[in-house]
Design a protein around this ligand. Structure first.
Ligand code: FES
Length: 202
């Protein structure tokens, strides 16, 4: 049995045979940055701080040979061969930060507006999403709707009939309640250097 150490969240996880770093982290409720889980997007790119891993098949777009030679891995494709320590590459990702509910109401019969004020401002780009633990054990991913640079995080959430999270938003959560958020995640953001026209497809 090998051990996975994640210094960014002071976690030490016992791994089972054949598990990837990402699988073990998520199973231990660590909000490890990720998206596709299949070696195609690069969202889980990480630094291997110590130990050895076997890399499963992945796209060179997600991790190229020079990045691998520099000690980077994809957590979703890395199976530890020894005890390992891993740090995710995106330092902007906040794990399990506290945020207070400062706005919560129905904008439409099936859309809730949820506004959170984190203890510390969190940088994000439009198009990214956060994981919100509404109550212990109930975590959902929601795209952020506030403008870049906003100190509050705003989410427009479609209610699902009979959904547990929708029920919490409708009846149980209140202003001043504290939730836990992790993120931002996702790479579907505008390119910094793009100057041409934008074609948006939904
Ligand atoms: S989550 Fe997409 S490459 Fe790992």
């Amino acid at each position: 049995m090998t051990t996975l150490r994640l210094p960014q969240c002071q976690s030490r996880i016992e791994m089972t045979e054949g598990q990837t770093v990402l699988e073990a982290a998520l199973e231990a409720n660590v909000p490890f940055p990720h998206s596709c889980r299949s070696g195609r997007c690069g969202a889980c790119k990480s630094q291997l701080l110590s130990g050895e891993v076997m890399m499963l098949q992945h796209s060179p777009f997600a991790l190229d040979a020079s990045e691998r030679a520099g000690g980077n891995i994809l957590a979703c494709r890395a199976v530890p061969l020894t005890d390992v320590a891993v740090a995710w590459a995106n330092d902007q990702v906040v794990a399990g930060a506290q945020a207070r509910i400062v706005g919560l109401y129905a904008m439409a019969p099936d859309i809730y507006r949820l506004v959170l004020r984190p203890d510390e401002p969190i940088a994000f780009s439009p198009g990214q999403f956060f994981q919100i633990e509404l109550v212990p054990g109930i975590t959902r991913s929601y795209s952020v709707a506030s403008g870049q640079g906003a100190s509050h995080l705003e989410f427009h959430i479609r209610a699902i009939a009979g959904g547990r999270a929708s029920g919490l938003l409708a009846k149980e959560l209140e202003l001043s309640d504290v939730v836990r958020i992790s993120g931002p995640f996702g790479h579907a953001v505008g390119a910094d250097k793009a100057t041409g026209p934008i074609l948006a497809i939904a």
